[in-house]
Design a protein around this ligand. Structure first.
Ligand code: PMP
Length: 290
């Protein structure tokens, strides 16, 4: 396996970064998780745009253009002969000293890993997922805005530990004032009386690329859609709940905090959107040939 590292394609066994890299020392950096479907990088331009927005938000100056970044991603996929892959694109502040000062980091470190995709087991998509509410609250937007896809994922990891301790795979994260924000690695949608809703991202959620695709699909297929503040009682009372993310795609949720959601099986609206999303993954992105 070849890894793109600072402009070179190096063997996996030689793909190292320094222990003085501020990505490692402080979680100072940004990243993207991207997916390819049969030689098509799904919504690559949107992912690259979000990466540059995140970099801008932490005042990290990208050393290459968006076009160059897209070319680097494609080059890495091609050299590894991967048509279906998960891509991890990471940009750190770079190598500095042991202090926080980002000015000491002369040059960002960039690496791109392309690997096989690790999905939730198929049965979760058929039967639905069980999740819980995390006791860990979402980071304050005014402290570290969750819209920034930074390397600082400890808030999410603590909530993931809550999920694991409860014997589930995902957890809903609430804002400090108990509004539903998102899950540890996915956005959340609810369906009530055939209307679709998801929390606005400015309360403390990542503006998911899959979230955006689902919102567009809803609009195109005449499903009434609203960005809405949600409390847990709204989620418990929903007819359907599902999560969205690059790795998870659209995954139905049938139990939350041991309460059954709707009929306790994936609902009509969710299943319809899953079908439509599958079609989108064949067309919506940047195509590459081996
Ligand atoms: N929220 C969080 C916290 C995430 O890390 C992710 C990505 N795994 C998502 C939502 C979903 O975003 P996307 O659809 O762009 O993968």
């Amino acid at each position: 396996m070849k890894i793109y590292l600072d402009g070179r394609l190096v063997d996996k066994n030689e793909a190292y970064v320094s222990v003085f890299d501020h990505g490692l020392l402080y979680g100072d950096g940004v990243f993207e998780g991207i997916r390819t479907y049969d030689g098509l990088v799904f919504r690559l331009k949107e992912h690259i745009d979000r990466l540059y927005k995140s970099a801008d938000a932490i005042e990290l100056k990208m050393p290459m253009t968006k076009i160059e970044m897209i070319e680097a991603v494609i080059k890495t996929l091609k050299v590894n002969k991967l048509k279906n892959a998960y891509i991890r694109l990471v940009v750190t502040r770079g190598v500095g000293d042991l202090g926080l000062d980002p000015r000491k980091c002369r040059k960002p470190t960039i690496f791109i890993i392309t690997d096989k995709i690790a999905l939730y087991p198929k049965e979760y998509y058929q039967k639905g997922l069980e999740i819980v509410t995390a006791t860990t609250k979402r980071n304050l937007v005014q402290a570290l805005d969750p819209r920034i896809k930074s390397l600082n994922y400890l808030n999410n990891i603590l909530a993931k530990i809550d999920a694991i301790k409860s014997g589930t795979e995902e957890a809903i994260m609430l804002t400090y004032d108990d509004h539903v924000a998102e899950c540890t690695g996915d956005n959340i949608f609810v369906v009530k009386d055939c209307e679709l809703a998801t929390p606005p991202v400015d309360i403390g959620a990542l503006e998911g690329i899959t979230r955006d695709a689902v919102i567009n699909l809803a609009k195109r297929t005449d499903i009434p859609f609203y960005e809405k503040l949600l409390k847990m009682e709204n989620v418990y009372a929903a007819d359907e709940v599902f999560l969205t993310g690059t790795a998870a795609e659209i995954i139905p949720v049938v139990k939350i905090d041991r309460r059954k959601i709707g009929e306790g099986r994936p609902g009509e609206v969710t299943l319809g959107l899953m079908e439509e999303f599958k079609k989108l993954t064949k067309t919506d992105g940047v195509r590459y040939a081996m």
